[in-house]
Design a protein around this ligand. Sequence first.
Ligand code: BEZ
Length: 209
Amino acid sequence: MSLRLGDTAPNFKAQTTAGHIDFYDYLGDGWGILFSHPADFTPVCTTELGRTALLSEEFRKRGVKALAVSVDPLDSHKEWVKDINETQHCTVDFPIIADPDRHVATLYDMIHPNASATATVRSLFVIGPDKTIKLMITYPASTGRNFFEVLRVVDSLQLTANHSLATPADWQPGQDMIVVPAVSTEDAQQRFKDLKVVKPYLRYTSGPK
Ligand code: BEZ
């Protein structure tokens, strides 16, 4: 059965470039990003893993741990990491799961048979501290994902989780946010700065007080 937003992210144990892990133990109480790529030693994937490594401080600041997966074996991952570090000028500091038996790929429905019978597509899941799935995106093999967009969504998700704030179209950090409908305008006046009530259902704020 395929996963949907709000579902519990399935736990698993796996061999990775950082040793054997239990997914939930690896995440601890924080946020996680689990993302698949089609195969090792492929060009788009090389840039994606490099970008993730270069953004490692941004993920760390947000309490997000990254975890990549492909159906290639561990020895291949280890050799490929050397290439990623060399060509992308980075240090891959997050684990890459070796999933030759497709256990993780199957649990997360990452193989789309009409795209490829054997390789995972570019699936990405953001998982919250409660271990539920907060975001799912699926890209084709030929299109590298935008990891700045992933960070932007994490910022939005964390604003909602911590402050009952949503984010408007094309929002970027520093811009006004939207008070979620579940908060009354009376409460919003107590909790948020610069409240602008455009409509009873459309209320902007520059942030929590
Ligand atoms: C890749 O780098 O993974 C890739 C690039 C083009 C087509 C398919 C896959």
